[in-house]
Design a protein around this ligand. Structure first.
Ligand SMILES: *Cc1c(COP(=O)(O)O)cnc(C)c1O
Length: 412
């Protein structure tokens, strides 16, 4: 009992884990891991005083993160950009900012976009909690531009478009084109905002490592060029940076958002700013190899096959049957739900212990190893395991099997 309690306490610490799930942006495992260049920038900012709000030219108080904001705007193709804690915070800021008076607090959203993202983040509830009135239009599968036009009245504060990140609807469907909505919004002087969720920088349908293509994920530049006034998206989904909510749009709009009193409560600390600045620099230099989410997308099965063969060789004298099996990795993080990525998995079978018991033992390894069970077999998808973790994986499997066989006289 005491041992169990201690184990639980130890397990409750935030600690690195080996991700063998094949889900690249795994929300429960902390979404995007950072590469070494970005991690070093973060450590430098952590260990030193920084020029966070200090102007080195004048020696006076300066702006917060002007370099980052400038480069972010450049990267996403907007006039201006800024950052808050996460995309949910960006959305709350936008809604609060545009619905400040009781006479003008209606937010128009298509019924096909009243979505739930992850645990407990529901668009209608966010709107309500932000003091806005939701004005639903259209139906689940069909919303036309005329639905938007008809819904606009004296109380309309905002038109909100929400990306269907984590699901898709097929069949008799139609959504109004952003250009059409934008034309109506402009005519009536209503701001038009889009929550992009993931916000891809590169073309997701470009060829992946295995010659496959992902579905198309909307990019900020696309939305902005279609007449959306402000976009928001996460820093730690496909973007592959630290947790952040990125807002991009015109100078005037972004300046106004930054002057909102709520902005101060949602702003990022120097660690996030340093990590995001380094990530943006990598994109601008086109050095995607330093962004792990991007390198994982570019992995080939040939590279994985070589690594699995070495792992299997490392387990030669261990009483476990280890085999290479085809698998399907995913982008995850509620992004591109239809796209899977061909991958290879290490399938482990030990006749002494069940797949569930093996999974439990590997979760207790140091570092913990997280795999999954498919068709009754325990599997580790190598797509999301970093090559430098392969030997840790071998050691963890040896340890798990040893404890299994030590408690039983019959070998696996
Ligand atoms: C993920 C997501 C969010 C929330 O982003 P966080 O950065 O986790 O706060 C909001 N909107 C959409 C459409 C998303 O996909």
């Amino acid at each position: 009992m005491l041992a169990d309690a201690l184990q639980q306490l130890r397990g409750s610490r935030l600690q690195p884990v080996i991700n063998g799930t094949g889900i690249i942006i795994h929300t429960n495992l902390g979404r995007a891991p950072l590469g070494s260049v970005v991690a070093e920038a973060l450590v430098r900012a952590a260990r030193n005083y920084t020029s966070l709000e200090y102007d080195l030219v004048t020696g006076e108080r300066g702006q917060r993160a002007p370099y980052l904001e400038e480069n972010l705007a450049l990267l996403v193709g907007s006039e201006a950009a800024t950052i808050v804690n996460n995309c949910a915070a960006a959305l709350v800021l936008l809604i609060r900012h545009f619905t400040q008076t009781a006479e003008r607090n209606e937010v128009i959203v298509s019924r096909g976009e009243l979505v739930q993202i992850g645990g407990g983040f529901r668009i209608p509830e966010i709107l309500e909690a932000s003091g806005a009135r939701l004005r639903e239009i259209g139906t689940t599968n069909q919303t036309n531009v005329s639905d938007y036009a008809k819904a606009i009245n004296q109380r309309t504060a905002l038109i909100l478009k929400v990306h269907r990140s984590n699901f898709y609807i097929e069949g008799f469907t139609r959504s109004a084109a952003p250009e059409e909505i934008s034309a109506v919004a402009r005519e009536k002087g209503i701001p038009f905002v889009e929550d992009l969720g993931s916000g891809a920088i590169f073309e997701t349908e470009a060829v992946l490592g295995n010659g496959q293509r992902l579905d198309h994920e909307r990019r900020p530049v696309e939305a902005l060029s279609q007449g959306v006034d402000i976009v928001c998206f996460s820093g730690d989904k496909l973007f592959g940076g630290p947790q952040a909510g990125i807002l991009a749009g015109s100078f005037a709009r972004i300046r106004a958002l930054k002057r909102d009193p709520l902005f101060r409560a949602l702003r990022c600390d120097k660690l996030v700013l340093a990590a995001l600045e380094a990530t943006v620099d990598l994109y601008l230099r086109n050095d995607l190899r330093e962004i792990p989410v991007q390198t994982m997308l570019a992995l080939t099965n040939d590279a994985l096959a070589e690594r699995i063969a070495a792992i299997i060789a490392g387990l030669k004298n261990v009483p476990v049957s280890a085999n290479s099996r085809p698998g399907k990795a995913q982008v995850g993080g509620g992004t591109l739900p239809r796209s899977t990525i061909d991958s290879l998995t290490l399938e482990l079978h030990c006749s002494e212990i069940s797949a569930a018991e093996l999974a439990s033992r590997l979760r207790q390894a140091v570092p913990p190893v997280i795999g999954y069970i498919s068709e009754g077999c325990y599997r580790l998808d190598l797509h999301t395991v970093f090559p430098e973790q392969d030997q840790l994986l071998v050691a963890a499997i040896k340890g798990a099997i040893r404890t299994a066989t030590a408690s039983s006289p019959i070998p696996c």
